[in-house]
Design a protein around this ligand. Structure first.
Ligand code: FRU
Length: 571
């Protein structure tokens, strides 16, 4: 997608004349004016807030580490830091991590930059942490790539590869990597450009930063793509508190011209954040544009949520197919989702922050906080009603499988269960396909007797359980982390549910349990649930239960997954 071929000259000329004339009020470092004519009959839109009274940048969350004394906490390592540390999910060695940033494939390696406070397990003093991988699963830590400066913290952004030096920013025709991100101070959020001369290890800020500044303190999280049909770079960026996503175009990554605004649309919440635009393949052929918008707080499950819109992008504006929003997750711990750029065959791959602003700074670890989801391949599929929806599956997890854990269960009678012991400390993958029997006609009336439920229980002798259940007669799925005792906080709610397919007693699921993380992919990836989990003790057995009606297990595989992260964990 970021492959820059010979630019369309007339388009290029048109765009450069706009830049030269300053028609949109744009030049490097200049303020962009909104070109929309005023519409007096409409109510006055809200203004981005004036946050001059705050000591920290305007964000949808408090940043305690920005407060005086906020970084002076001693880093204490506890047993929980090891027990809750995932083995195959990326976590920071120490400090606090939130959004993934700059997801880019450089032709050999994948880069994962991330919002990072290296000094404290709280948000604040945001730098870009950095890790690289050849498979998106085994990560090597790299030095901090972008630091906090006098201009502000290094908030969320993206990285692009300019393979032909179409931007003219690099010394030779091979081009290179550029990062576009927000510098955030209490008074201003503006977009900055930095160039890497060493393949993403370090970045040098462009001389004329900020490259896009509209005089707002609520304007952040740029993502840039190369739009092949119009031969221009397109930026999507959040006018956060106005609940809009702004689109800008550039031919050189330095001068940006305002194209259009999208929103408010879907959820209001408090802030729109981390927009991402990508073409995603549609099962059965073709590709459609998908615009992802993270919202915080204000998600229907509480706090942080990522919504998406399927539609058309013509190089200027995004037009959704309908007025419906999709949510990337039915639970509440997948936020600020970002997609990889420069992927071979334009594969659509994402990583989200496995967390929620409602409780991420209070989690029961001390020296580190924050995890990323596994990399996910994204496609679009038609659901039972024919609507196009996002499907997500964990990418290449099969490569981590150890020897299968024997667990042969073909049929589970109503009211009975089957159980197997789990190896301690290791990540587990469970994939199953089941069909619940038809509703028995002789069942008594009343709640219990009328349900046909298939339940997956991860538990321990201390009575802790984590359950994932399928209610076959209503076609719904639940996730229940309420009976885990390692963490309690008012917003750390325990139960989530989603609809699968009406009148369908068949259920397929693939899930990955890894220390304090659970990722569920059901219904061919159309129903995804991501949850932090904090058991007080190891979950050492898996039990499958049938209630109300018997269940036929069509396939079942259970694997330990080999550790990929060089961190102290329970194994
Ligand atoms: C989303 C977010 C972004 C911001 C970053 C700050 O989680 O609030 O809008 O750039 O985190 O760390």
């Amino acid at each position: 997608m970021t492959d820059v071929t010979t630019p369309n000259l007339s388009r290029r000329f048109a765009l450069s004349s706009i830049v030269a004339l300053g028609a949109a009020g744009l030049g490097a470092g200049a303020r962009a004016a909104d070109t929309k004519p005023s519409t007096p009959e409409k109510p006055t839109p809200p203004q981005a807030p004036d946050a001059t009274h705050k000591a920290e940048p305007n964000a949808s969350h408090p940043s305690p580490a920005d407060q005086p004394g906020g970084t002076s906490h001693p880093v204490v390592k506890t047993e929980s830091d090891i027990f809750y540390r995932p083995t195959i999910h990326f976590t920071p060695t120490i400090g606090f991590m939130n959004d993934p940033n700059g997801l880019v494939f450089d032709g050999t390696n994948f880069h994962l930059y991330y919002q990072y406070d290296p000094f404290a397990p709280y948000a604040g003093h945001v730098h870009w942490g950095h890790a690289t991988s050849s498979d998106l699963l085994h990560w090597q830590d790299q030095p901090i790539a972008i630091s906090e400066t006098r201009d502000g913290e290094a908030f969320t952004g993206c990285a692009v590869i300019d393979r032909t030096n179409a931007s003219g920013l690099f010394e030779n025709a091979q081009g290179g990597m550029a990062a576009l991100y927000t510098r955030a101070s209490p008074h201003r959020q503006a977009q900055y450009l930095a160039i890497s001369h060493d393949n993403g290890q370090t970045f040098t800020e462009h001389a004329h930063n900020p490259v896009l500044d509209i005089g707002s303190n609520s304007f952040r999280d740029p993502q840039v793509i190369f739009h092949e049909p119009t031969k221009q770079w397109v930026m999507v960026v959040a006018k956060s508190r106005l609940h809009q996503i702004a689109f800008y175009a550039s031919i050189d990554l330095v001068h940006w011209v305002h194209l259009s605004d999208f929103g408010p649309s879907g959820l209001f919440g408090v802030d729109y954040e981390c927009p991402n635009l990508i073409e995603v393949p549609l099962e059965g052929g073709g590709r459609r544009w998908v615009l992802f918008v993270s919202v915080n707080p204000g998600g229907p499950t509480g706090g942080s949520i990522t919504q998406y819109f399927v539609g058309e992008f013509d190089g200027t504006r995004f037009i959704p197919d309908d007025t419906v929003i999709g949510l990337t997750d039915f639970a509440k711990d997948a936020y600020a989702m970002q997609v990889y750029s420069n992927m071979p065959q334009d594969e659509a791959v994402s990583i989200a922050w496995l967390g929620n602003w409602q409780y991420c700074q209070e989690l029961p670890t001390q020296s580190w906080r924050g995890a990323m989801t596994l990399p996910r391949t994204m496609t679009l599929k038609r659901d039972f009603a024919g609507w196009i929806r996002l499907a997500q599956t964990p990418r290449h997890i099969e490569t981590l499988r150890g020897t299968a854990i024997p667990f042969a269960t073909r049929r589970i009678a109503a009211g009975s269960s089957a159980q197997v012991a789990l190896p301690p400390g290791t990540a587990i993958e469970l994939a199953m396909s089941v069909t619940v029997d038809e509703r028995p006609h002789d069942l008594p009336l009343g709640d219990k007797g009328r349900t046909g439920r298939f339940i997956i229980v991860f538990g321990n002798e201390q009575g802790e359980t984590l359950t994932i259940g399928f209610d076959a007669f209503s076609g719904q799925l639940w996730l229940d982390r309420n009976d885990l005792k390692g963490f309690a906080q008012p917003f750390f709610t325990g139960q989530f549910s989603t609809v699968l397919n009406p009148d369908d007693r068949h259920f397929d699921i693939r899930l990955i349990l890894d220390a304090s993380t659970l990722e569920i992919f059901a219904n061919g990836g159309l129903s995804v649930g991501t949850a932090l989990i904090f058991p007080a003790g190891p979950l050492d057995f898996l039990r499958l239960e049938a209630s109300g009606a018997a269940t036929t297990v069509e396939s079942l595989s259970l694997y330990p997954l080999k550790k990929t992260m060089p961190r102290d964990t329970a194994i």
